[in-house]
Design a binder for this molecule. Structure first.
Ligand code: SF4
Length: 85
């Protein structure tokens, strides 16, 4: 990966970037290319919501999630996905 000042500051710990395997490997790579390594990371719902979450955001919340930022934050902070384990 080329050095890019627009890379998301979350890449070191974000499972989307680190694991990169969601529906399939190609999908993971697409998210990396569309969000993580571009200025567009600022539009990633994981990135935006992470600023308001008190817990890590689960891997099933995608950069272009259909959920609103408010809903993601609410669900993460209330442990919605913790119950699903
Ligand atoms: S998925 Fe979002 S939060 Fe995670 S590294 Fe990519 S842009 Fe950053």
């Amino acid at each position: 990966m080329e050095t890019n000042i627009n890379i998301c500051p979350k890449v070191a710990k974000c499972p989307i970037f680190q694991e990169g395997v969601l529906i399939n490997k190609l999908t993971g790579e697409s998210y990396k290319n569309l969000y993580c390594t571009r200025e567009r990371h600022a539009e990633c719902k994981r990135f935006i919501a992470s600023k308001q979450c008190t817990k890590p955001i689960p891997v099933n919340v995608l950069p272009n999630s259909f959920l609103s930022i408010e809903e993601i934050v609410k669900r993460v902070n209330e442990g919605y996905w913790d119950k699903k384990k």
